[in-house]
Design a protein around this ligand. Structure first.
Ligand code: SAH
Ligand code: SF4
Length: 361
């Protein structure tokens, strides 16, 4: 029987993982196969099918042929760790042997948040973050991002069509998402497609260390996700030392980009503040934060630093903020009238809390 599918191209390995394809891309890839077939395959993958063999509605010869040319997934779960607080951390092995992590954060009720990685390692080098201390390997493919979502949905226990057990996604795992915006866009298109999992983009938060051009690009071309900026401190001089990205993306430029974002996406932006004991909890940090927040609709998210062994800042060992320090900080925020929330500490027992992800070495 003549093949109904195109020949496998030399660069096929990366192109052969169908979990990362949008429906339109899949239809094109599989043409001249009729479009409804692409639709069937797309919705089965979104529904959790891990192999073509499971897609019994397809003719056997087609299943076989698909299996010879492509695979549904590119990666596999190599370990699953569950914390007493219900947080689950997955260690995932990529097709090239690289390792990443993805985390499921449950609230014990109906809210399950999937925390996804966008890069293996991270090139940004923030001094307080374990991922930043690893060597940067590469950007993840759309398939590798979508697969994290599908694996976590299965872990949440309610797989099947639709978003299943996942109510929210935060792009806050390993890596800087705005340096991998094209593949992230494809992955979000797959996850939000109404023919597939159908999660609303408004339930997705993208967190960036502060790449002004990426924020502008997102404002201009979408998708309409929520945005979070890892501000850490609004004192430029200190931020340059803590987060080297500030040298090429000064706070002034970041603020202008956030304003532009807020013009198109009229929604609150989260400013994430990792609190490092004795470093960025000073009066000056609060004052500068007040100035930075002026003219923006923001909510501050306080994240007490999660301990990572052996992390130093200019010769000083990093430490968690003391409870008095935290109380003084929140009191000052209240005085300034700045809205804030405190992030609950989740996943520390499995090294799955913010800034503790580091399977890449
Ligand atoms: N790279 C993106 C998203 C992943 S980091 C970014 O930086 O925004 C997710 C959040 O964890 C960021 O706000 C970051 O500042 C924070 N973080 C990093 N290391 C941390 C640590 N050790 N303890 C607590 N939060 C940390
Ligand atoms: Fe990368 Fe975010 Fe960690 Fe900075 S905080 S090193 S940008 S993962």
């Amino acid at each position: 029987m003549p093949s109904a599918l195109p020949r496998k191209t030399p660069e096929a390995k990366e192109k052969g993982f169908l979990a990362g394809y949008t429906l339109a891309e899949l239809a094109e890839l599989l043409s001249p196969l009729p479009r409804y077939r692409a639709g069937q395959i797309f919705s089965r993958i979104s529904g959790g099918a891990a192999s073509f063999g499971e897609m019994t509605e397809l003719p056997k010869s087609l299943r076989q042929e698909l299996g010879e040319k492509y695979s549904v997934y590119s990666s596999e779960i190599s370990a699953r760790l569950t914390d007493r607080d219900g947080t689950a951390k997955l260690q995932i092995t990529l097709y090239d042997g690289g390792k990443i992590e993805a985390v499921l954060l449950g609230d014990g009720k109906d809210r399950n948040t999937a925390c996804l990685s966008t890069q293996a390692g991270c090139p940004m080098g923030c001094v307080f973050c374990k991922t930043g201390a690893l060597s940067f390997k590469r950007n993840l493919l759309s398939a590798e991002i979508v697969e994290q979502f599908l694996f976590l949905r299965k872990t949440a226990g309610k797989a099947g069509p639709g978003a299943g057990g996942i109510s929210n996604i935060v792009i806050m795992g390993m890596g800087e998402p705005l340096l991998n915006l094209e593949e992230l866009r494809r992955a979000i298109a797959v996850i939000t497609a109404k023919e597939g999992s159908g999660l609303s983009p408004r339930r997705i938060t993208v967190s960036t260390s502060g790449i002004a051009a990426g924020i502008r690009d997102l404002a201009e071309k979408g998708p309409p996700v929520r945005l979070a900026l890892s501000l850490t401190t609004a004192d430029s001089e200190l931020r340059e030392r803590l987060m080297p990205v500030t040298r090429t993306n000064p706070l002034k430029e970041l603020k202008a980009a956030l304003k532009e974002y807020q013009k198109t996406e009229n929604r609150r932006i989260t400013l994430e503040m990792v609190l490092l004991g004795g470093i960025n909890t000073r009066q000056k940090d609060i004052e500068e934060l007040g100035r930075f927040a002026e003219g923006l609709d923001v909510i501050v998210n306080l994240i007490p630093w999660n301990p990572v062994e052996g992390m130093f800042f200019e010769g000083r060992a990093l430490r968690e903020p003391e409870s008095g320090e935290l109380a003084a900080f929140t009191e000052l925020l209240e005085k300034q009238g700045i809205a804030y929330t405190r992030r609950r500490r989740k996943g520390r027992g499995v090294g799955g809390a913010c800034g503790q992800l580091g399977a890449a070495d």
